[in-house]
Design a binder for this molecule. Structure first.
Ligand code: MV4
Length: 502
């Protein structure tokens, strides 16, 4: 049985994992870089070890340092979280070699799914639908031209080693094809040291829908239904929800079974996600598999009622899955938004800095997975995600109104955040009606990118003004008379009248 887990990560996900450890009576070990001396995951853990400079390559990506630390502190297992070493087959193999349990899949599954061509091949064999395209790598221009004629235009050139849109080219006209092929190849060679490319038919206005799966070491695999992740900006997810507004019970069952088949094909173990692109007619195609716990896992936890981290730990210590497929249902609706320290009105420029004031949203149906605190300085060395806000409602409408309320209650000063951008999304009719695909943000750019002060921002100004007023009068509070701040302008902003008294 696992008694101590080293968490090879930082930020909100390190805390998320430690919380489940504590509930399971397992000791948690933090590792931290120079830039993370004051980080919350260091405070929360039972033990914490310094592992190197701020640069990830010398700390959170340093396999030798992390393994040495795990041995030194006698950890039975390592949880890699997401990002960093989570999808590194060499790391999984190294853990195995050192007799440390890697909480995740074995190297073979990571390797097979990490390369898109081997993943495609393996999915075709397993009967999982893939986008019509080439079976293997494109080796020369003659073969390329032949495949273009077979598949037809528009098409996509994709790098086998690619991910997150890197090494990907859309080809609409014949004359663009060979240049696009060569550009994708050189981009892939530079970024991944592997220039293998292949081509696929272009799916015009797809949805990104993914299925959560869990697989134990005894051959049992279940799926925990879908997540709709089509609201993305530059291949970064912005909003995730479950159930998907476009899903039907029939297609859900079928796709779930295909996701299970995908996992079985690579002898999967642990928590994983099978990504599909889905067209308007609900034709679905395997895109890739993420062999890790994902950022957006909490919406599945809320709607299906399963602690995914707890299940990952149980699986890693050889236990059978706690659930059978028939036990699982979706209850209500959950939505997650990611809050970043970036300025939506300045082209999403990162905004690192010190958190001055922080009021986190609370209340019925609200989960807030964060890691920052007042006085904490967000380092510029890592991803600028501050937190995730996850809400639940009986219906999609209730979830949306709860999310609006929670964002309204969320106050952060000191850094710029994406909160107002998220509030704008929730007001876009296409979103409210659940009629959106991966083009949502570009399609609604006019509404979404227009800087305008919201009621919330005017209220922020009022709160700041009131605070100054309060501080300047704090010596003579006894004599204070009730008063209004910012005069009578509030009725112009509709929603509420602010009367701040002291
Ligand atoms: C596609 C596609 C259309 N047709 N493949 C983008 C990232 C990578 N994981 C795969 N991507 C896409 N592959 C074919 N054959 C459209 C996209 C795509 C996309 C997919 C999911 C979510 C957001 C996206 C945004 C732009 C393009």
């Amino acid at each position: 049985m696992i008694k101590k887990i080293l968490i090879a990560n930082r930020g909100e996900i390190a805390l998320r994992i430690m919380r489940s450890c504590r509930e399971m009576g397992i000791k948690s070990v933090a590792v931290f870089s120079e830039a993370d001396r004051t980080a919350m995951h260091v405070r929360y853990a039972d033990e914490a070890y310094f592992i190197g400079p701020a640069a990830s390559s010398e700390s959170y990506l340093n396999i030798g340092k992390i393994i040495d630390t795990a041995i030194k502190c006698k950890a039975d297992a390592i949880h890699p979280g997401y990002g960093f070493l989570s999808e590194n087959a060499k790391f999984s193999a190294r853990c195995e070699k050192e007799g440390i349990i890697f909480i995740g899949p074995r190297p073979f599954a990571i390797e097979t799914m990490g390369d898109k061509l081997t993943a495609r091949k393996s999915m075709i064999e397993a009967g999982v639908p893939v986008v019509p395209g080439t079976k293997g790598e494109i080796r020369d221009e003659k073969e390329a031209m032949r495949m273009m004629e077979e598949i037809g235009l528009p098409l996509m050139v994709k790098a086998s080693a690619g991910g997150g849109g890197k090494g990907m080219r859309l080809v609409k006209e014949e004359k663009e094809f060979i240049p696009a092929l060569n550009m994708a190849k050189s981009e892939a060679r530079n970024a991944f040291g592997n220039d293998a490319v292949y081509i696929e038919k272009y799916i015009e206005s797809p949805h990104h829908i993914e299925f959560q799966i869990l697989a134990d070491q005894h051959g049992n695999v279940i799926h925990l239904f879908e997540r709709e992740c089509s609201v993305q900006r530059r291949h970064q997810k912005v909003v995730e929800e479950t159930p998907s507004p476009i899903m039907t019970p029939e297609v859900r069952k079928e796709m779930g079974e295909k996701a299970v088949a995908a996992a079985k094909a690579v002898d999967y173990q642990g928590a994983g996600t099978v990504e599909f692109i889905v067209d308007d007619k609900l034709n679905y195609y395997f895109l890739e598999m993420n062999t890790r716990l994902q950022v957006e896992h909490p919406i599945t936890e809320r709607v299906v009622g399963v602690d995914l981290v707890k299940e990952m730990v149980r699986i890693a210590q050889g236990e059978k899955l706690s659930y059978k497929q028939e036990d699982l249902f979706q209850h209500g609706h959950a939505i997650e938004v990611r809050i970043y320290a970036e300025d939506p009105d300045e082209n999403f420029m990162p905004s690192p800095g010190v958190i001055r004031h922080l009021t986190e949203p609370l209340g019925l149906g609200v989960r807030h997975d964060g890691y920052v605190y007042e006085g904490y300085e967000i380092p510029m060395d890592y991803d600028p995600m501050i937190s995730k806000l996850i809400v639940w409602g009986n219906t999609r409408e209730e979830a949306i109104s709860r999310l609006k309320r929670a964002l309204y209650n969320y106050k952060i000063t000191g850094v710029k955040t994406s909160i107002k951008f998220l509030e704008r999304i929730l007001d876009v009719p296409d979103f409210v009606e659940g009629k959106y695909n991966t083009h949502f943000i570009e399609k609604n750019a006019d509404i979404l990118m227009t800087p305008k002060k919201s009621v919330g921002e005017f209220e922020d100004i009022a709160v700041i003004a009131a605070s100054f007023d309060f501080l300047s009068k704090v010596e003579s509070l006894k004599d204070c008379k009730p008063k209004h701040v910012l005069g009578n302008n509030w009725k112009d902003f509709g929603r509420k009248k602010a009367v701040l008294r002291f």
